[in-house]
Design a protein around this ligand. Sequence first.
Ligand code: CA
Ligand code: CA
Length: 357
Amino acid sequence: MTSNARLQQRLLKHSQHRQTGVALITMLMIFAIITIMTADSTERMGLDIRKTGFYLHNAQANEYALGAESLARQILFDDFEEDAKTSANDHLTELWNSVIIPVEYNGGEFEIVIRDLQSRYNLNNLLDEDGKINPDELIDFNALLSKLSLASNAANNIADWLDNDTTPIGYYSEDTSYLNKTPGYRAANQSIVNSSELLSVAEIDFEAYRILSPLVATLPSMTQININTAPISVLAMISGKLDPEKIVTARELLPDGFTSTQEFLESEMASGAGIDEQRISVNSEYFEVWIKSQFQQQYAYLHSVFYRDSRDGRIVLLGRTFSRPLDSALHNPFTQASSVDIKNDIKADSSDNQQSL
Ligand SMILES: [Ca+2]
Ligand SMILES: [Ca+2]
């Protein structure tokens, strides 16, 4: 073999080695890319599985809450049937007023709290059928706010928020004043749907709202105060001549509370107090239900308002929310929101309300 032929053979071998090396590196690169893609895909799949699990568990927790709502509805209907056989009234030692905790079923659980909304003063009682303020109701409401040491104009300002005219009886409490705010808004000039509206009323700040909101309700029709369930502040509104603490003591001694308004009116504590029988009751038709449910690590909170017809026990759902409304932050028996959290919620909620007005 000539030296030239040997050189060509060496060059050929070298070229073959280089090609093998390039092929190996290419294969390794492809393998690395596939490995990276597989790892990324596995991670995404893991995230998708966790997200799907989250949605499924969350949906399941919501279903548990709705199941609990059905149970609460049944408890209220059972109470109606029981009332027909026994005391025919609603009082604090009945089953509906017990906290139902916790009911466990098939990996999930829920808790229920039912509250009587006629234990509170219905703000919409301030309005008469013509959308004007009922002067007698306003006097009593003003008495409640005075006892709570709220601003002297608070009752009139709330009345302006409700009445259908734009002439202020309060202090800077009609459209012309609110439109000068940033952002501007108008008074509702109609019945209140949610007590958080009070935060838009002149001179009702967070502290006033915190004090007032557990004592008021926003019900769609004129309601009476249930003397078996009302707290002292609300009982005091019935008549300035009543001793509300005496009423609470007396009803606690009665196993079934006052069984009729007549029984209460004929008692020594009510004599000479000039009570208007039309304003009190021993029965309730409006209830709110607080529910907390859990499935795996997901929680759901539900607030529902029921009307129970006192004639036939028919129960109607008036409203329900899964979100955390302002009232929830303050009154939800299951949440432990801090004052800072609540104030932040109020700012957000108030801002949302104002923007939507
Ligand atoms: Ca009852
Ligand atoms: Ca008005």
